[in-house]
Ligand binder design. Structure first.
Ligand code: NAD
Length: 352
C-alpha cells in the first residue's frame, strides 16, 4: 500500500562545523541586523560576554538571567533590555533554557533569533515555547518561535559535564523514539530520527570515555539537530506527556527525567508500535526497552525516579494527572498501566 503523508521542511538555516562560532557576526548581518542582544544563563555569563566582545559593535548587550522553564517575569526583564538597548535580534548562547528565553522574546517581538546550542536538548530547531507563570506551564507553537539561524559548533559543548551530556543526549533521543511512532510522521522525520539515534549511540559512549573528543561532540550535536528537528516536525505522545507531568507537577529536572523515563515508555509502546520501532531496537540491541536501558546503564545515566527524590505517593498523583486529558499514543493509556510503568521507573527496573 502506498504510504500517505504530508511533509513541510523547516525554514531554519543550519550552520554546522568546527569553528562555526566565528561566523556569528556574518550571520547577524545576513539576517539584516546590527544590534544583537546576547542571552545566557548566569552560569554561562562569562562565555556570553566573550561572545559579545567577539562580535564588537554588532553586540547591543548581554542578558544573563535565563533560567529553567522560561518564567514570564524573566522574559519581561529581558524585554526591558531589548527596548533599552534597541536590540534588533537575539543571540541565544546556551541550552534549552536560554533558547527558551530567546523564543519568548521572539514570540512577543518577532525579532530574528540566532542560537548557538551548548547542550543536546534540541529546542533550537522547534517552533515550540514552554513558559511558566504563577507556577503553571503553558506551551505554544508558532512560526515566530522557530529560530532563524542555528550555529552548531562542537567546541561550545566541550565543557558540558559528562553527566549532563548523557542526560541531555537521552533527552534528545526521546524526541526521536517518539517521532518514529508519531501519527503524523513522514519518511524524512523517520530517516532523521534513526540517524539521530545512531549518532547518539556512537557518540555518547565516546564522550563518557573522553569528554574532550571534539569529533564525538560534533556527532552528538549532529544527533541533537536531527532529533530536535523531529520534535519540531511531528507530534509527541506518552513519553513527553509523562515527563511534562513529572517536571510540571513535581519539579523534577528536565533532562534527567527524560533519561530515566525513556526505556520505560519505549517498552510500554514496544508491542503496539513494533514495526515502527524495529530499526531503533536494532541500533541498541534486544528489545527497544531493554536495549535503551542497557545503553543508558553503559553511559552512566540515572536510572530511577527514586534518585530524583520522588515518593510512591507522588507516583499515584502523577498517574492520575497523566490520564486527565486524553492524547494519542500507539498503545491506549489507562491509569493502572501508567502507574505500573511509573513504579518500574521509580525502582529503576530493566524493562523486558
Ligand atoms: P539548560 O539550558 O537548563 O542548562 C542546564 C545548565 O547547564 C544551565 O545552568 C546551563 O547554564 C548549563 N550549561 C549549558 N550548556 C553548558 C555547557 N556547554 N557547559 C557548561 N554548562 C552548560 O538545560 P537543557 O536541558 O538544555 O534545557 C532544558 C530546558 O529546555 C527545559 O526548560 C525544557 O523544557 C526546554 N526544552 C524545550 C524544547 C522545545 O522544543 N521547546 C526542547 C527541549 C528542551
Amino acid at each position: 500500500m502506498t504510504q500517505s503523508f504530508s511533509y513541510a521542511g523547516s525554514s531554519a538555516q543550519i550552520v554546522f562545523g568546527d569553528g562555526a562560532r566565528s561566523q556569528l557576526a556574518d550571520w547577524v548581518r545576513k539576517v539584516g541586523c546590527s544590534r544583537a542582544l546576547v542571552l545566557s544563563t548566569p552560569q554561562q555569563k562569562a562565555d556570553a560576554e566573550a561572545l559579545a566582545q567577539d562580535i564588537g559593535d554588532l553586540a547591543a548587550g548581554v542578558f544573563s538571567g535565563a533560567t529553567m522553564h522560561t518564567p514570564v517575569d524573566v522574559t519581561e526583564a529581558a524585554m526591558k533590555l531589548v527596548a533599552e538597548a534597541e536590540a534588533d535580534c537575539v543571540v541565544s548562547f546556551g541550552g534549552g533554557s536560554t533558547t527558551g528565553l530567546g523564543k519568548a522574546i521572539a514570540y512577543r517581538t518577532d525579532l530574528p533569533q540566532i542560537v548557538m546550542p551548548t547542550t543536546y536538548a534540541g529546542s533550537e530547531v522547534t517552533p515550540i515555547l514552554g513558559q511558566t507563570e504563577a507556577g503553571s506551564k503553558t506551551t505554544v507553537r508558532d512560526a515566530k518561535i522557530l529560530p532563524e539561524v542555528v550555529i552548531y559548533d562542537p567546541a561550545l559543548t566541550l565543557g558540558l559535564p559528562v553527566a549532563m551530556s548523557v542526560t541531555s543526549g537521552l533527552n534528545a533521543m526521546a524526541h526521536a523514539v517518539e517521532g518514529l511512532y508519531a501519527k503524523d510522521r513522514n519518511p524524512i522525520s523517520t530517516l532523521m530520527a534513526l540517524e539521530g539515534l545512531r549518532a547518539f549511540s556512537r557518540s555518547l559512549r565516546k564522550i563518557v570515555a573522553s569528554p574532550q573528543d571534539a569529533e564525538a561532540r560534533g556527532d552528538a550535536l549532529y544527533g541533537a539537530w536531527l532529533c530536535g528537528t523531529v520534535l519540531g516536525t511531528v507530534g509527541m505522545a506518552l513519553h513527553h506527556k509523562l515527563c511534562h507531568t513529572l517536571g510540571g507537577s513535581f519539579d523534577t529536572p528536565h533532562a534527567e527525567t527524560h533519561a530515566i523515563m525513556l526505556p520505560h515508555t519505549a517498552a510500554f509502546n514496544a508491542a503496539a508500535a513494533a514495526p515502527e520501532l524495529a530499526a531503533a531496537a536494532e541500533i541498541f540491541g534486544g528489545s527497544i526497552g531493554s536495549g535503551l536501558w542497557d545503553f543508558a546503564t553503559a553511559i552512566g545515566a540515572p536510572l530511577s525516579l527514586k534518585e530524583l527524590g520522588l515518593s510512591e505517593a507522588d507516583l499515584d498523583r502523577a498517574a492520575s494527572i497523566a490520564v486527565e486529558n486524553s492524547y494519542w499514543n500507539p498503545r491506549p493509556v489507562d491509569r493502572s498501566s501508567i502507574r505500573a510503568l511509573l513504579q518500574d521507573a521509580f525502582e529503576g527496573r530493566r524493562p523486558q
